[in-house]
Design a protein around this ligand. Sequence first.
Ligand SMILES: *[C@@H]1O[C@H](CO)[C@@H](O)[C@H](O)[C@H]1NC(C)=O
Ligand SMILES: *[C@@H]1O[C@H](CO)[C@@H](O)[C@H](O)[C@H]1NC(C)=O
Ligand SMILES: *[C@@H]1O[C@H](CO)[C@@H](O)[C@H](O)[C@H]1NC(C)=O
Ligand SMILES: *[C@@H]1O[C@H](CO)[C@@H](O)[C@H](O)[C@H]1NC(C)=O
Length: 338
Amino acid sequence: MLTSSVITVLVYCTVSGFALRNVEGTKPILQKTIEALFMDRTETIYPGTCKVFVSSMKQAKMCKKEPSLPKIIQRAKNQAIKACNDTFQFDRWNCSLYFNKPRKSIFKKIYRETAFVYALMSASMTHGISRGCASGELARCSCLGRSKNSSWETKDCGDDFKYGKRLTKNFFDMKHAGTDQIGEILKQDINIGMDSIGEQLKEVCKCHGFSGSCTTKTCWRRLGPFNSAMGLLKKHYHHAVKKKFVNFTTKRAITLKVRRKMQKERKNLVYLQKTPNLCVSTKGRVCKDRHNCATLCCGRGYSVAKKFVSTKCKCKMVDCCAVKCETCVEEIETFRCK
Ligand SMILES: *[C@@H]1O[C@H](CO)[C@@H](O)[C@H](O)[C@H]1NC(C)=O
Ligand SMILES: *[C@@H]1O[C@H](CO)[C@@H](O)[C@H](O)[C@H]1NC(C)=O
Ligand SMILES: *[C@@H]1O[C@H](CO)[C@@H](O)[C@H](O)[C@H]1NC(C)=O
Ligand SMILES: *[C@@H]1O[C@H](CO)[C@@H](O)[C@H](O)[C@H]1NC(C)=O
């Protein structure tokens, strides 16, 4: 607890020294929120109605209006971090908050990883809120608003993606993310994240009528599990486009020409700074297989260890109803970067 709060203070100091500020000279809520969600990997309860982090006035109001919002945000945060850990377990960047040593926060500038985290968090929030909408957890969902009947069945509502997107944008205060280059970049990354959830929407239908004759049909759109969006998000991470830095202290508002160009490239994640070489930090990392080691270990080679694991195997049905298995000992190899 003590160390984590000290780290937070340190990071905030370094971040405030950098140019990640909007035209007004303060860090927009959007940035504060995403950073707070991604950096705090504890289950700390903060004062205020949002509980998950130190919220802004507007966010506190939103949490008050929607009492289950804090729980949904907490869940979205954990879901995002867990999916990120799992997806990047064998990559040079393993979803950690820092690059190398001395520790450089991924939020110090807009790296490819920073762009990814913005997309990831907004995707997870959108997903969580849409789900909360469909399950009836969120009282003010547009989906539920259609019926005044308190015994309204919510199961046919579908996941309300549009509402999830709207509420997420509102919660991140996208409107005030800044009109400079940084604001534009972060907004684009947020939108990419949300749309990767939208792409998982599938139409499901249910038939009504005599013995399934399907005289009437109810259809709704349902979201896939969050992990099904991770493949797409990772693809975005790999295909992210580096933008040229426009000094926004001199060139505050983004020019029309730049904006048009950005709109053309709206399909990709965008970032500003090159990721530091992460090869120095992969020493001792575990790799998945030899092929993965070749990249992860950056050509330094790897050590192989043999391990015996026992598993149940050759299972057979005996005497009609009991399953009997043997124990097999299997030798597996584990790899570690030199
Ligand atoms: C993700 O990994 C970090 C460290 O690598 C760990 O502290 C954290 O608990 C993990 N989170 C989840 C949800 O697995
Ligand atoms: C609510 O819906 C239920 C079931 O469809 C119905 O029995 C009940 O009369 C409705 N109540 C109101 C107030 O409309
Ligand atoms: C941006 O321009 C200002 C004013 O000319 C200058 O002080 C600052 O160092 C520049 N920042 C960068 C990152 O180039
Ligand atoms: C993630 O990577 C960093 C730096 O390469 C390393 O220090 C850390 O132990 C890794 N975390 C996990 C959970 O592998």
